[in-house]
Design a binder for this molecule. Structure first.
Ligand code: SF4
Length: 310
């Protein structure tokens, strides 16, 4: 998921990074300026998840209002979003398991990784069914899709570890983990300086430099990049280091297999200010308790239709 190919490395080094150096990000839009407008939040009492701010599924943001004011829990707006959460969890749990196995001295990781992904999937589906009603057919499709991803991911991880081992046969486990997994998955960061949740979890961050990864299912949406901008700002507010590049990883079905597309971009001024505006708007809506209108056009897959369209 997060291992780059040769073309992507070339694009990063010859195109995106030089462009960032030439057109520097506006200092006022760096996360480390959290104490000044426009990064300073409208309120530091209401802390929001990044996905709640960035998501634009409901045109009036009534979905966020229902979550915060009625349900008081994190129910996703669509089944697709819920499936995405599960895919995230499966992928990150596989990286965690792989690191543990390397430390324990395992050489062959693939079968163990697939087995643990299957167990995690069962657990996650159980959790999801507590919050959402999902048709049996959707559950079966999701299982099949997740296991395809898990098998592909397990093979990639095992071959990466073997590749590093073959190049450096005398590495100890610590170094082997560092070289095989140059990314930190489910990276936790405290977003409270920005009015964001204290337990933000980015899908992955490249440890050697400022890249944030986010996995999405299905087709591209503009707001996907805003979500990464939110994490980038939060990282900058805590670590005081620039995060200039984002990558949304799109995973979809392709015949009997899967397709993985990585979309790299600069976390530029536009993405930053758009995210910050959306954050302020949502905080204001929720704190002033202004109930957003029902949207003129509600997506047919919104799970809150029974609350809004009576
Ligand atoms: S049903 Fe319509 S108004 Fe209600 S949350 Fe969904 S999209 Fe928004």
């Amino acid at each position: 998921m997060y291992y780059l190919d040769v073309i992507e490395v070339k694009r990063l080094t010859r195109d995106l990074l030089p462009r960032v150096r030439e057109n520097q990000i506006d200092e006022r839009l760096r996360g480390w300026n959290w104490f000044e407008s426009p990064v300073r939040p409208y309120s530091d009492e209401l802390l929001l998840p990044v996905w709640d701010v960035a998501t634009s599924i409901c045109p009036t943001k009534r979905d966020a209002w229902i979550r915060h004011k009625i349900l008081k829990r994190s129910v996703p707006t669509t089944i697709q979003q819920a499936k995405g959460f599960i895919v995230h969890k499966i992928i990150s749990s596989m990286f965690l398991k792989a690191k543990k196995l390397v430390y324990l001295g395992y050489e062959e990781l693939r079968d163990e990784l697939i087995k643990s992904a299957e167990e995690n999937l069962k657990m996650e589906l159980g959790e999801m069914s507590k919050n959402l009603e999902i048709r049996e057919k959707d559950v079966e499709e999701l299982k099949d899709f997740c296991m395809k991803i898990a098998k592909w991911q397990a093979t990639r991880i095992e071959s990466k570890v073997l590749e590093v081992k073959a190049k450096y046969p005398f590495l100890n486990e610590e170094s082997l983990v560092q070289l095989s997994f140059p990314i930190a998955t489910e990276t936790v960061v405290d977003g409270s300086l920005l009015g964001l949740s204290k337990y933000l979890r980015a899908d992955a961050a490249w440890m050697l430099g400022g890249i944030i990864f986010d996995v999405k299912l299905g087709r591209k949406e503009d707001w996907h990049r805003l979500q990464v901008a939110g994490y980038a700002l939060a990282f900058e507010s805590v670590f005081e280091r620039p995060v200039d590049i984002g990558c949304t990883v799109y995973v979809s079905r392709a015949g009997e297999g899967i397709r993985v597309d990585r979309d790299f971009y600069i976390v530029d001024d536009y993405l930053r200010s758009s995210f910050l505006e959306k954050r302020d708007e949502l905080q204001m809506t929720l704190l002033r308790d202004v109930e957003p209108d029902v949207a003129d056009k509600c997506p047919r897959y919104c799970v809150f239709r029974s609350y809004c369209l009576k």
